[in-house]
Design a protein around this ligand. Sequence first.
Ligand code: TXA
Ligand code: MG
Length: 330
Amino acid sequence: MNLSLTTRILPAGQGAVAAAATCLAQGGLVAFPTETVYGLGADAASPDAIARLYQAKGRPAFNPLIAHVGDLAAARRIAGFDAAALALAESFWPGPLTLVLPKTSDCIVADLATAGLDTVAVRIPAHPLAREILRAFGGPVVAPSANLSGHVSPTTAAHVQSDLEGRIDLIVDGGAVAVGVESTIVGCFEEPMLLRPGGLPREQIERVLGRALRQPPADAESDSGQPLAPGMLASHYAPRTPVRLNAVSVEPGEALLAFGPRTLPGAEAALVAMNLSARSNLTEAAANLFGYLRSLDTTNARAIAVMPVPDEGLGEAINDRLRRAAVGRE
Ligand code: TXA
Ligand code: MG
């Protein structure tokens, strides 16, 4: 693959939307903001474009992609909805929810994008730029987070640029995203299952379903022997610096990722300190999480000491990403 592409960077606007749609139609790779994180888009119906996408990210091709569509009618052309799936779609789309559903018989999403599974992950994003690009392009767009595989997801165009410049065709800069963690993924199987906690808190989904979401078993596999949520392999979202969770003090040479108004013993000696939310607000903490991890990763700290974050609401997704960041990279 040619890894010395010229990556164009365009500010949000009509010109950028038209350029993005044209680029996608030509099999190009376009990074654009969604409300959760920046996505790296490719034409979902083009195996060539998708092969380039896996290469640009360094992503294993057994890890399937989310198809982004503009409206429910487009979603129903590629995926089958049961009553629970419809209720969730009507309550939360557009928004930070991805549904894993059976593919329709004439689903145009390429097999390469679904890793040969008979299911497809679908989402209608809420970000106005993402929606305009989808409308202008006119078909489903697969979009993983626009980072190198295994790295922290991007919440600004600058993050995308630092991971993917020279590897993709276009970055549409729509500023910092609002949510800051990826979408919540629900598998609409016999019983709806939480495959990935994310930007839509579990409690809201359970309220609409009128029951608890099932948890996938730790080593969950589909009938074909593939992992049920293939992207949920342990080390993911990882900065290069070791991450130490549930810190109750700061050791010399460490950077501090704080949460809430408390001060930890040793904090005054931290190499750098950033607070996800001094007022203990989980929405603010989610929006800051990946940017702060990227910043603290550039400080040459021995480790990043992370204060505990409550596990309710968006805290479930924050703690999930922090646990993955703490799993050492091989
Ligand atoms: O917020 C988001 O979801 C962002 C934005 C760009 O939309 N996208 C994103 O994509 O996080 P990605 O590729 O980083 O994560 C997609 C996850 C992976 O863990 C993948 O394994 C899972 O979705 N997935 C995709 N298709 C699936 C399927 N058919 N069954 C189970 N899991 C699937
Ligand atoms: Mg990702």
